[in-house]
Design a protein around this ligand. Structure first.
Ligand SMILES: [Zn+2]
Length: 161
C-alpha cells in the first residue's frame, strides 16, 4: 500500500533534498515562490530567476524531475520547456527590450553547469557590448533588491499569460 501511494506521487516529491533545484521544485505556496523567485509552475517544469544572474532577467527553466542526462529527458517535458522559453523571451522583450538572447543548457559540470546533475535551461537577455556584465553587477551591489524588482515585473507578465 505504501509503495502504491508513493508510486502515485509526482517524481519530484520522492527525491532526496540534496539538490537546490529539487528543493525549489518541492516548495509549496505563493510565499515560498516569492522568496525563491519562482515565476511560474507548469506541468513538468518551473521557471525561476537565477539568484546569481549574468544579466537582469536571467531565468532558468527547470524540470521538476531530477535528471542529469539530456538524452533521458521526456519529450513532453521538453516541449513544455521550449514553450516556457518562448514565454520568457516574450516577457523579457516587453520589459527590457534586449537586443538578443542566450537560450540553452550547460550539460554536466565540465560543460559549465552549476547544478550538473539536474538539467535546466537558461534564458539570458543580451545587449551588444554587454560582455563586461560581471563588472557592472559587482559595481551595482544591490542584486537582492534588483532581483526582487525583476521578479515582480516578470511574474506579472507570466501570470497575465
Ligand atoms: Zn534535482
Amino acid at each position: 500500500m505504501n509503495f502504491l501511494q508513493n508510486a502515485d506521487e509526482p517524481d519530484h516529491l520522492r527525491l532526496p533534498s540534496s539538490c537546490v533545484l529539487c528543493d525549489i521544485a518541492k516548495g509549496i505556496g505563493p510565499e515560498f515562490d516569492t522568496e525563491n523567485y519562482v515565476l511560474f509552475r507548469g506541468r513538468f517544469c518551473y521557471v525561476v530567476l537565477n539568484a546569481f544572474p549574468y544579466a537582469a532577467g536571467h531565468m532558468m527553466i527547470v524540470p521538476y524531475a531530477h535528471e542529469g542526462d539530456f538524452v533521458n529527458l521526456d519529450s513532453t517535458m521538453l516541449l513544455e520547456s521550449i514553450d516556457l522559453a518562448r514565454a520568457a523571451i516574450d516577457a523579457l522583450r516587453e520589459i527590457y527590450n534586449p537586443e538578443g538572447f542566450n537560450f540553452g543548457a550547460n550539460l554536466g559540470r565540465a560543460g559549465g553547469a552549476a547544478f550538473g546533475d539536474h538539467i535546466h535551461f537558461h534564458v539570458v537577455p543580451r545587449w551588444l557590448g554587454d560582455t563586461n556584465f560581471m563588472t557592472t553587477l559587482a559595481n551595482v551591489r544591490v542584486i537582492p533588491e534588483a532581483l526582487s524588482q525583476t521578479y515582480m515585473r516578470i511574474r506579472e507578465l507570466f501570470q497575465a499569460g
